[in-house]
Design a protein around this ligand. Structure first.
Ligand code: WTA
Length: 647
């Protein structure tokens, strides 16, 4: 077999039809309806997107839909709009005035609710605050906060006045804040005294103080009081959120902004190298997040929708803040950890708020599996009607658990593949229309043209693994990498003019996509190029295993050998017998050639703060090197030391 082909070994064959009563009421109720929409979006993309975009408010209507000068794109170029106006004013001054826009649950159990009218007023007020501090359209504003409603208000106010926000995940340390603030050349930093995380205090303002010692562009900060811990206040630079808001007018007219006006920069959680500032602009992103939220989540006015991501990641941008509000939906936002005060917290929140749509990540699902079903089962989850997953390939066993234990076999699952760069969901089921297969993100969203390429740029056949490429522009795509155009161009170099996602995937005989993870996570063992995700999936399908990460280490005989890092379910403990069982299990599930050379049990795996396993660090460990790489995105550094002593 060719050295350049990725061999896909998953044998999953279960299929689940959309439940009939779900489909009956769904926005896209049949496969035929989806097929028609998709066909139209491919055959007449400009008509399709023009028509969709006109559902939103344009201060000045566009006459031109798409300008594609590969790899540069403009959508609705001569139109003018305002994203915050579409997310708030439209609803606040209409029938949804008193509908909850945001229900917020604090980690300690406090609760706040903002109606559309209230969220609109707060955002207007904060827009005036930003203007009073001299923030102009195009200026960059860094937001370094926890999961509080004010983070959303700050984002919306930036979008409203045309300032470019860059949200920095509240779990980052001072150095990471400094690097991002400097790269974006932010003028203002919005932060909190502290945030709660798993019952602990995270001293955000202190981190900002340290970071700002080396950030010459920052002129001022705004500090929200959340945890009331003592903080230093620098006269002339630091301002109290509450004081500024008290003195600000609640009236603010949303200005007409160019469709291509920059909306935000988001630094990707890259598992390697220097973070990239992915830039999104206004009109296309607005249309993309609005339409995906509407049809993939099948959002109805009665829904209580909960996405568990952090606003510091793209999922939080697109599917906590912008997409749901553009649809006039009610979104829930939770401040804290899934296991505080105990591992049933998420289920307790679903029961309390009668959540109907729940969107989370495979890393969380695997943690729930590990913590045990009883935490889930002791809560009434009957309000749920739809489940979603994002962030990593979800292995079929975790998918089945999610369906059975959380969804009680009645909720469809939307496994949504997309990226920070894509801005919105790209390959995903539409729950009333598309049958699902555990582990597959199924079919492309409207206007998305994904292809599986071989290294030489020819298209791979059915079930032949290859590189996932998108060969047409879509409205919510990123426009550049901030101050690093070369990095942007590099996405379009491997296959000229086409967007290379960096992921490996295959398309099955039904046209379904199976993403097997980052191409960097592909291993070559004795001539077989395998996606590590599939071997991991085989390990996780063993009853004792909670989570697995597979990496390659150099091997004299075979070129490279696989090392599997494995965490076990709560009630199981490591033993030599179990190691043998696991090796046999992989041999049985995939084939002898895929058997790891070593299995190392660990209490936890090193992950980025957005929950992706950091295989690069494990690779160093497996090869016996001490890690030289960047560990600033690592969630818990002590995990590494613990694994380091295992064998
Ligand atoms: C992975 C998160 C398989 C993939 C929205 C992608 C997935 C990277 C899925 C982007 C999925 C995300 N199935 N893999 N449903 N969703 N990924 O930028 O490798 O944080 O390239 O965006 O996550 O991660 P990012």
């Amino acid at each position: 077999m060719s050295d350049h082909t990725i061999q896909s070994v998953s044998k999953e064959s279960r299929v689940f039809e959309p439940p009939t009563d779900f489909a009956k009421k769904a926005r896209v109720p049949t496969r035929e309806a989806y097929d028609n929409l998709y066909r139209q979006s491919m055959e007449q993309p400009e008509e399709f997107w023009g028509e969709q975009a006109r559902n939103l408010h344009w201060h000045k209507p566009f006459t031109k839909v798409l300008t594609w000068d590969a790899p540069h794109v403009k959508w609705f170029e001569d139109g003018k709009t305002n994203l915050a106006y579409n997310a708030l004013d439209v609803h606040a001054n209409g029938a949804r005035r008193d509908k909850p826009a945001l229900i917020w649950e604090g980690e300690p159990g406090d609760q706040r609710t903002f109606t559309y009218h209230e969220l609109w007023r707060e955002t207007c007020r904060f827009s005036n605050v930003l203007l009073s501090l001299g923030v102009s359209p195009g200026d960059r504003v860094a937001i370094y906060m926890g999961m509080v409603p004010e983070a959303a208000i700050a984002m919306l106010a930036c979008a409203r006045i045309g300032a470019v926000h860059t949200v920095i995940f509240g779990g980052f340390a001072a150095e990471a804040v400094r690097d991002r603030v400097n790269d974006a050349e932010a003028k203002l930093v919005i932060t909190q005294d502290g945030a709660y995380r798993r019952g602990q205090l995270v001293v955000l303002k202190e981190h900002v103080d340290r970071a700002l010692e080396h950030c010459p562009t920052v002129k001022s900060t705004i500090v929200l009081r959340r945890t009331h811990n003592p903080i230093d206040f620098k006269e002339g630079r630091d301002h109290e959120w509450s004081e500024l808001m008290r003195n600000a007018k609640a009236e603010h007219e949303a200005p007409a902004l160019d469709s291509e006006h920059p909306l935000y920069i988001l630094y990707t959680s890259g598992t390697t190298g220097k973070p990239k500032g992915v830039l999104h602009t206004t009109g296309g992103y607005m249309v993309g997040t609005w339409l995906t939220t509407r049809d993939v989540f099948d959002i109805q006015d009665s829904d209580i929708y909960w996405c568990t991501a952090d606003v510091g990641w793209v999922t939080g941008h697109s599917y906590i803040v912008y997409g749901p509000l553009l649809n006039g939906a009610t979104a829930l936002m939770y401040e804290g950890a899934p296991n505080h005060p105990d591992p049933s917290r998420f289920w307790q929140i679903i029961e309390k708020h009668k959540v109907t749509i729940f969107y989370t990540a495979p890393t969380a699902i695997r943690a729930f599996v590990r913590w045990g079903d009883d935490h889930v089962e002791k809560h009434d989850l009957s309000s749920l009607r739809l489940l979603g997953s994002v962030g990593e390939p979800i292995n079929p066993e975790a998918w089945m658990w999610y369906r059975r234990v959380v969804g009680k076999d009645k909720c469809p699952i939307v496994d949504t593949w997309w990226q920070t760069e894509t801005g919105a969901m790209m390959i995903t089921p539409q729950p009333g229309a598309i049958s699902t297969k555990p582990g597959s993100c199924t079919l492309p969203f409207y206007g998305v043209s994904p292809k599986i390429f071989r290294e030489d740029g020819t298209e791979a056949g059915p079930n032949e693994g290859g590189l996932l490429v998108i060969d047409r522009p879509w409205p919510s795509m990123f426009r550049t990498v901030w101050r690093n155009e070369d990095r942007y161009l590099s996405y379009f170099e491997k296959f000229p003019g086409k967007y290379f996602t960096g992921d490996g995937a295959r398309r099955d005989e039904d046209g379904y996509f199976w993403v097997i993870g980052r191409v960097d996570d592909v291993v070559n063992v004795a001539g077989h190029r395998l996606g590590t995700a599939e071997i991991e999936s085989a390990l996780v399908s063993h009853a004792a295993v909670a989570e697995a990460a597979v990496v390659a280490r150099p091997d004299e005989l075979t070129g490279s050998a696989l090392v599997a890092f494995v965490t076990l379910k709560g009630n199981r403990s490591p033993s030599p017998e179990l190691k043998i069982q696991l090796l046999d299990h992989v041999a049985q599930e995939i084939g002898k050639f895929a058997r790891p050379a070593a299995i190392r049990f660990a209490d936890a795996l090193p992950k980025t703060r957005s929950g992706k396993i950091m295989r690069r660090l494990l690779k160093d460990l497996a090869s016996g090197n001490t890690s030289q790489g960047d560990t600033t995105t690592l969630e818990d550094i002590s995990v590494l030391a613990k694994i380091g002593t295992e064998e």
